[in-house]
Design a protein around this ligand. Structure first.
Ligand code: FAD
Length: 305
């Protein structure tokens, strides 16, 4: 059995595993896709101390660092269930069961997709999901933000300082963002808000060149020429495998304390699958370190009899 089994191989999981292994305890990582969201990222300019890098390059460094500690990496394996008996039993999709004294859940999150034609085809070719990350690539261009909740309006405010023009497309007849954010948005000269807009297609040839939407009031199809689309309709935490074993918040994120501990003793969590307020690589790595140190504290206080 492992002392620490990390479920998820993104920045949170890699960091947790390295911190755990540095304590000289038996550590494993099981990941559906080692690298996580970072593999899908084109350029990273806010990973402090590295001025600029690309997602796959950062993942290769993570893997090299993890391997340096002799951590067992079970890649391309999905966990479907965990149960606490005398130890944790972590069940994989292929039926195998891994045993561990502690588990660190770091299964991240997935952007909620629009599910319209063009979204997948132009991913990383004008379709983006993270304004902090990819905003600067659209300097001087015209973009749309789909979604008028807090994240959409924040993204629009952020982008308005960089791009030429931002159109916010909101499905319902009101923006859902906090009033202070809406007030800031209303003051910006280069932002247009379109309500009752149901996005129907993202168009392009090599890269995005426009967006089509249905005006739900008039039932008319409309089109805007632009070079970028930021989809901001929420993140879905990958926490289904935890069932109802741990406390989660309203949107399914695992609730953790300052030690990265969940409501099940010995089960820790880190990164985007938790109720952490901001989702970034550097933040996930920090919380992965916290969860590993929390798990180590737990192990030395609960020795095997
Ligand atoms: P993830 O990276 O989501 O990793 C989750 C891991 O868990 C993966 O290995 C996944 O395969 C695995 N997994 C999921 N479910 C299971 C399961 N059931 N069983 C086994 N394994 C499972 N942040 C920045 O700081 N800077 C940027 O420039 C930046 N750009 C971004 C661009 C894009 C397009 C995206 C999508 C995100 C970007 N982010 C950026 C955000 C950043 O990538 C995330 O905050 C970070 O990756 C979260 O790390 P994580 O380890 O918590 O989760």
């Amino acid at each position: 059995p492992y002392d620490v089994l990390v479920v998820g191989g993104g920045p949170a999981g890699a960091s947790a595993a390295i911190y755990a292994a540095r304590k000289g305890i038996r550590t494993g990582i099981v990941a559906e896709r080692f690298g996580g969201q970072v593999l899908d990222t084109m350029s990273i300019e806010n990973f402090i101390s590295v001025k600029s890098t690309e997602g796959p390059k950062l993942v290769a460094s993570l893997e090299e660092h993890v391997k340096d500690y002799g951590i067992d990496v079970l890649n391309l394996q999905r966990v479907r269930h965990v149960e606490k008996k005398d130890m944790f039993e972590v069940e994989l999709d292929n039926g195998a069961i891994l045993k561990s004294r502690t588990v660190i859940a770091s299964t991240g999150a997935s952007w909620r997709k629009l599910g319209v034609p063009g979204e997948e085809e132009f991913a990383n070719k004008g379709v983006a999901y993270c304004a902090h990350c990819d905003g600067p690539l659209f300097e001087g261009k015209d973009v749309a933000v789909v979604g008028g909740g807090n994240s959409g309006v924040e993204a629009a405010i952020d982008l308005a300082g960089i791009v030429n023009h931002v159109t916010v497309l909101e499905f319902s007849d009101t923006l859902k963002a906090d009033e202070v954010l809406q007030n800031s948005l209303a003051k910006l000269p280069n932002v247009t808000v379109v309500k009752n807009a149901q996005t129907t297609e993202i168009t392009g040839s090599d890269n995005v060149n426009g967006i089509k939407y249905l005006d739900r009031e008039t039932n008319e199809e409309k089109q805007i020429d632009l070079q970028g689309v930021f989809v901001q309709i929420g993140l879905v935490p990958n926490t289904g495998w935890l069932d109802n074993t741990v406390e989660k918040n309203r949107i399914g994120e695992v609730v953790v304390d300052k030690h990265g501990a969940t409501t099940v003793s010995g089960l820790f969590a880190a990164g985007d699958c938790t109720d952490s307020v901001y989702n970034q690589i550097i933040i996930s790595m920090g919380s992965g370190a916290t969860a590993a140190l929390g798990a180590f504290d737990y192990l030395i206080r609960n020795p095997i009899e």
